[in-house]
Ligand binder design. Structure first.
Ligand code: BES
Ligand code: MN
Ligand code: ZN
Length: 506
């Protein structure tokens, strides 16, 4: 998608659809008022008649019948200004594109200072013309993602040209638009991987995608097979892989800045890459199991983020480590009660084979530390409990380092992705207590399932600064009710946040 900034008069813009955002419960801002005037007060009339209210994310498509050169306008309700953030803005634009892309190739968005001010009131980092430009380009590019890739003969259409009016035409805004388009498109790659069925995206094929990214972005690449994992003592990852015929992979990509960073920081992005999670011998119930094809969402995000990191020339060294395998109940599978040793030598009693994510991450975190990481961030669809705690629109974070967490939050703000911290009180440590081995992989005590998983991971971080991101709630959306406010399907969550992170640390 090409994206440009312009100051063309709204009456003469050459575009298939002009998007005019406006707020609920507020007088029309200058750009919406201008569009209203050009259509003889149509929007005001519809508002007076309570036909439209500006509720989030309402889209009212009207034909312009020659009054302006764009053949149609979408009046886009953004809700109340004090409730708008970068996440909601991107979602509103995604919905707009989903609704129009079948018959529109080009799209223009008409904004003004009111939109910038609304975002700035929420968070100064989101409320700059460049941040708003990036958000708009990302939202539109994200709207081009389509679910039906495997249907034959399906052409769902896509927006190829974006024009943004009202943010100025300076190079900074232009660059932000280009960057946003690219960030949205790379996020869509994560989404394609996430929704790929597990017979089409085996561990070998996910590793091949990492190889493609490494080749395209000139990154160093390391792919470990089963024998090499055995040599390194990765008993936890290998334990999960035993139930499957598909060979496991541990993939690592490494980016080095042209000039060595003074800080000497080496950030490792560690992703859970379970290409299908049946639960293993602790088999999951049938209902909803199909979504477990997306249990590699963390790995997909760290792999794709690397291409953005290379493209934007991050200032510090970054590696992505993806622990990739299926979790299957085959004849060789681990059984409840089995004891294994992770790469760092700690022994684990596996009392539930469905808590496999933390096992594969234990060795991936150990590997990252052994390869010289100074900072760790792991990303995983780790617990159903996080959905109970936070729902689907915010990612849970846990960790041992407030500075790294704050840097992630800032990165998240730039990306339009929400992050909320869960606590680690010492009382939670009881989750690990085990009479048989150093720890077990699930706590027998009810409650705080997401925190218990974090407490487990903390045993494998070699005392480095670390943040764990549980994306089980945000990686994809299937609930019918939810799809009215958040687009259905995979989200590519954390791809962009992770790409911004090294710049916050540099
Ligand atoms: N992949 C699942 C977590 C998950 C659940 C992701 C729902 C997305 C949506 C993970 O491997 C898992 O099975 N976790 C268990 C942990 C339990 C056995 C302690 C869970 O959440 O039930
Ligand atoms: Mn599981
Ligand atoms: Zn899982």
């Amino acid at each position: 998608m090409r994206a440009k900034a312009s100051d063309t008069d709204l009456g003469v813009i050459k575009t298939d659809v002009l998007v005019v955002p406006y707020f609920h419960g507020e007088p029309l801002g200058p750009s919406a008022a201008a569009a209203d005037l050009a259509l003889d007060g149509l929007l005001s009339r519809m508002r007076d008649d309570h036909e439209v209210t500006g509720a989030f994310p309402s889209r009212t498509v009207v034909a312009t019948l020659g009054r302006i050169s764009a053949p149609r306008i979408v009046f886009l309700g953004l809700g109340r200004p004090q409730e708008l953030d970068g996440y909601r803005l991107r979602n509103a634009l995604q919905f707009t594109v989903l609704q129009t892309r079948r018959f529109c190739r080009s799209l223009a968005v008409l904004v003004d200072d009111g939109l910038v001010a609304a975002l700035a009131a929420q968070d100064p980092r989101q409320g700059k013309p460049t941040a708003v430009a990036r958000a708009i380009a990302e939202g539109v590019a994200l709207g081009n993602y389509h679910l039906g890739q495997l249907k034959s003969g399906e052409d769902s259409g896509a927006i190829e040209e974006l024009e943004v009016l009202g943010l100025g035409t300076g190079t900074k805004v232009a660059d932000a638009l280009t960057e946003g388009a690219s960030m949205g498109e790379v996020t869509n790659r994560t989404r394609v991987l996430q929704w790929q069925p597990s017979n089409r995206l085996t561990p070998t094929q996910l590793a091949a995608e990492a190889e493609r990214v490494a080749g395209e972005s000139k990154l160093e690449l390391e792919v470990l097979d089963r024998a090499e994992m055995e040599k390194l003592g990765m008993g936890a990852l290998l334990a999960v892989a035993r139930g499957s015929h598909e060979p496991p992979k541990l993939v690592s990509l490494r980016y080095r800045p042209k000039t060595k960073s003074k800080s000497g920081k080496v950030l490792a992005l560690v992703g859970k890459g379970i290409t299908f999670d049946t639960g293993g011998i602790s088999l999951k119930p049938n209902a909803g199991m199909v979504a477990m094809k997306a249990d590699m969402s963390g790995a997909a995000a760290v792999i794709e983020a690397m291409s953005l990191i290379a493209q934007m020339h991050a200032p510090i060294e970054v590696m992505a480590v993806a622990a990739i395998t299926e979790n299957m109940p085959g004849g060789g599978a681990i059984k409840p009660g089995d004891v294994v040793s992770a790469m760092n030598g700690k022994s684990i009693e596996i009392n539930n084979t469905d808590a496999e994510g933390r096992l594969v991450l234990a060795d991936a975190l150990g590997f990252a530390a052994a390869r010289g990481a100074t900072h760790l961030v792991d990303v995983a669809t780790l617990t159903g409990a996080v959905v109970v705690a936070l729902g689907h629109s915010v990612t849970a974070a846990m960790g041992n380092n407030p500075e790294l967490l704050e840097q992630l939050r800032r990165a998240g703000a730039l990306a339009g992705e929400r992050i909320w911290e869960l606590p680690f009180y010492p009382e939670y440590d009881i989750a690990l207590t085990c009479g048989i081995a150093d720890m077990h992989n699930t706590s027998g005590t009810p409650g705080a399932g997401s925190i218990n998983a974090g407490v487990f991971l903390r045993e494998f971080i070699s005392d480095l600064p670390w943040v764990h991101l549980d994306i089980a709630g945000t990686a994809y959306h299937t609930e019918a009710l939810l799809k009215t406010v958040v687009p259905i399907g995979p989200s590519g969550v954390m791809t962009r946040t992770l790409a911004h992170l090294p710049f916050q640390m540099g």
